[in-house]
Design a protein around this ligand. Structure first.
Ligand SMILES: [Zn+2]
Length: 102
């Protein structure tokens, strides 16, 4: 059985590796400003549900892009070792994690 319809939802993010060995995290999000989708160069309007794509390079450098949900499926097809994670684990935290103080 294949699971081709996997896509990020409000509850789950997808995490995997791309062909260059970068870690990719796809999360469900809603736009708060106008974005240009790198997949189709089209606009993502404010308030639209779309996919936040975060890349983490092997050396720890990270950046993100905003993609249409349909366009991000192209990325999903190229990702390896895809895992589903609870969205709360991978997004939604503002600022650094609290650290235990001595
Ligand atoms: Zn697009």
């Amino acid at each position: 059985m294949t699971d081709e319809r996997r896509a990020p939802t409000r509850r789950h993010s997808l995490m995997g590796k791309d062909l260059d060995g970068n870690t990719i995290v796809l999360s469900f999000t809603i736009s708060h400003s106008l974005y240009t989708c790198p997949g189709c160069r089209g606009q993502i309007e404010v308030g639209r549900e779309h996919t936040l794509v975060r890349y983490v390079e092997p050396d720890g450098e990270a950046w993100h892009q905003h993609w249409h949900r349909d366009c991000a499926r192209t990325l999903e097809r190229e990702m390896k070792n895809i895992q589903t994670r609870p969205a709360s684990e991978l997004q939604g935290r503002r600022g650094p994690k609290p650290r235990r103080r001595r």
